[in-house]
Design a protein. Structure first.
Length: 326
């Protein structure tokens, strides 16, 4: 394997969780597509050299990216989410047909599509098989798996459906990554952030938060504000010593009660999602929370991206060389 970066066209990029992970795996973005203004601004804030298309994926012509190494995307999850109506192909937010159109037009060496665990359920067998059959018709062999983010060092379970398609000649070299780390607890991940303002109860709090978080829920602009999810999720957070009813601006102060049940800040939620402190977010508090909550954990994207890169091998080269601004 060479050290040369491979090229990626990413759709539904959101605030860059998958983007950040794929970059770490050795992929450089030729285009990132995202319709949300705040999320697009987050991508530009972190990587000003990237070409970011702020708009609908339907506006992108895949032929402009013919021969790209990877087409990747976290297509919208509401059509398949257990929290929604599970309309699948009947949901206007279903963008799998657009992803397949771009595959037909761009003919990438590999495809990586991510979604919620609902797409792995028997309810969507026919729909999932239609996607697979179309990719196979286009010359790709496919495989899919549910990956738990906690197996990649992320302090929450967050199961994600990952579908990978690779051209036939290279597919035999692909294998989904196995667990890379023992689960990180909420206390281990957030202890230093809780102690940032010298709260004397931080160490005891971190010992209590000795477990993996429930899945962070970002929600949508139509529903609610910045809180940590439905009633069951809030109860699970409370078991970890976290008040899940809202997000605050600052970590507990030095004079906060030792037995305080703290709320999380957005940087803390970002850490729960697997972002490190280098990735910044654009927008107001609630908009930032939604971006973070809807993100694909970067360590999981890095793991799958690294496996795809290994399968493609040293003979695959990027169409263009792009400079990434760190």
């Amino acid at each position: 394997m060479t050290n040369q970066d491979l090229s990626v066209l990413e759709i539904c990029a959101g605030a860059g969780g998958q983007s950040f992970g794929l970059e770490r795996a050795g992929f450089r973005h030729e285009l990132a597509v995202e319709i949300d203004k705040d999320a697009s601004n987050t991508l530009r804030l972190n990587r000003p050299d990237w070409d970011v298309h702020e708009g609908d994926v339907r506006e992108v012509n895949g032929r402009d990216y013919r021969g790209i190494d990877l087409l990747a995307g976290g297509v919208p999850c509401p059509p398949f989410s257990v929290a929604g109506k599970q309309l699948g192909a009947d949901d206007e937010r279903d963008l799998f047909p657009e992803a397949l159109r771009l595959v037909r037009e761009a003919r990438p060496a590999a495809v990586m599509l991510e979604n919620v665990k609902g797409l792995a359920s028997s309810r969507f067998n026919n729909y999932r098989n239609e996607i697979i059959r179309e990719l196979e018709r286009l010359g790709y062999l496919t495989t899919w798996q549910l990956l738990f983010s906690s197996e990649f060092g992320v302090p929450q379970l967050r199961p994600r459906f990952i579908l990978v398609g690779i051209k036939r000649a290279k597919f035999k070299h692909f294998a989904f990554p196995g667990a890379t780390n023992s689960p990180t607890t909420v206390g281990e991940a957030l202890g230093p952030l809780m102690a940032a303002n010298e709260w004397k109860g931080a160490a005891a709090w971190a010992r209590r938060a000795n477990g993996v978080a429930p899945t962070v829920v970002g929600g949508s602009k139509k529903h609610g504000g910045a809180d940590l999810g439905p009633t069951r999720a809030k109860a699970a957070w409370l078991e970890l010593g976290v008040d899940g009813k809202g997000i605050v601006e600052e970590a507990p102060s030095a004079d906060a009660p030792l037995d305080l049940i703290p709320r999380l800040t957005n940087p803390m939620v970002a850490r729960i999602q697997g972002f490190d402190a280098s990735w910044r977010f654009s927008g107001r508090k609630t908009a930032v929370y939604r971006q973070i909550g809807n993100a694909f954990p970067p360590p999981v994207a890095e793991g799958v991206g690294t496996a795809i890169r290994a399968a493609l091998g040293a003979t695959t080269t990027s169409r263009r060389s792009l400079r990434i601004v760190a």
